[in-house]
Design a protein around this ligand. Structure first.
Ligand code: HEC
Length: 153
C-alpha cells in the first residue's frame, strides 16, 4: 500500500516535471537568436593626404637645391664662387633675384647669361625660392648666446 500510494504521487509529479522540462527546452529553442545589427558599410574614407599633399618636392642631396625645371643651370652657375647654400638660404621675388644677379655681375665678376639661361634661372629661383613669411629662425635670447663683449647688448 505504501509503495502503491507513493507511486500514485510520484507518477503525476514526474509527468508534470517532464512537461515543464519540455516546455523550457522548447522556449529555449524558439528564443530568437539575437542577430547583430548589420553594421553600415564603412563610409568612403578619402585619405587626407591624397587631397592635401603638395606635389612632392625633391631635393638634390648633393647641393640641397629643389629639383625643378632649371635647377641644373643654377647648380652649374651659382656655386662657382660661394656655397650653393647662399642661394638656398635666400628668398626673393623674380625682381629681387634679378637685382642680386645684377649686383653680382656689376661688382663680383659674375658673367653674363644668354637670355634663355637667365630666364630659366630667374624663373627657377622665383618659383622655388619665393618670398616666405619666415624662413630664418628667430634670434636666441641673450642668455643662450655665447659671450661676446663686442656685441651690442
Ligand atoms: C663670380 C662669382 C659669383 C657667382 C658665379 C655667383 N655669385 Fe652669388 N655672390 C658672389 C659674391 C662675391 C657674393 C657675396 C658673398 C658674401 O656675401 O659672402 C654673392 C652673394 C650671393 C647671395 C647673397 C646675397 C645677400 O643678400 O646676402 C646670393 C643669394 C647669391 N650670391 C646668389 C647667386 C646666384 C643665384 C648665382 C647664380 C645665378 C650666383 N650667386 C653666382 C659671387 C658670385
Amino acid at each position: 500500500m505504501t509503495s502503491g500510494s507513493n507511486l500514485m504521487i510520484r507518477l503525476p509529479m514526474v509527468i508534470v516535471f517532464s512537461f515543464v522540462l519540455a516546455a523550457c527546452q522548447r522556449s529555449a529553442e524558439s528564443e530568437p537568436v539575437t542577430q547583430e545589427e548589420p553594421s553600415p558599410p564603412p563610409a568612403e574614407v578619402t585619405p587626407a593626404l591624397e587631397i592635401a599633399a603638395p606635389v612632392e618636392q625633391q631635393i638634390d642631396p648633393a647641393s640641397g637645391l629643389i629639383i625643378d625645371t632649371g635647377w641644373e643651370l643654377v647648380r652649374g652657375h651659382c656655386a662657382a664662387c660661394h656655397s650653393i647654400k647662399l642661394v638656398t638660404q635666400n628668398r626673393g621675388s623674380l625682381e629681387t633675384w634679378e637685382s642680386m644677379i645684377r649686383w653680382m655681375q656689376e661688382t663680383q665678376g659674375l658673367w653674363q647669361f644668354d637670355p634663355a639661361t637667365e630666364t630659366a634661372i630667374l624663373n627657377y629661383l622665383a618659383k622655388n625660392y619665393a618670398p616666405a613669411a619666415s624662413y630664418r629662425r628667430a634670434p636666441l635670447p641673450p642668455e643662450l648666446r655665447p659671450q661676446n663683449s663686442n656685441a651690442p647688448p
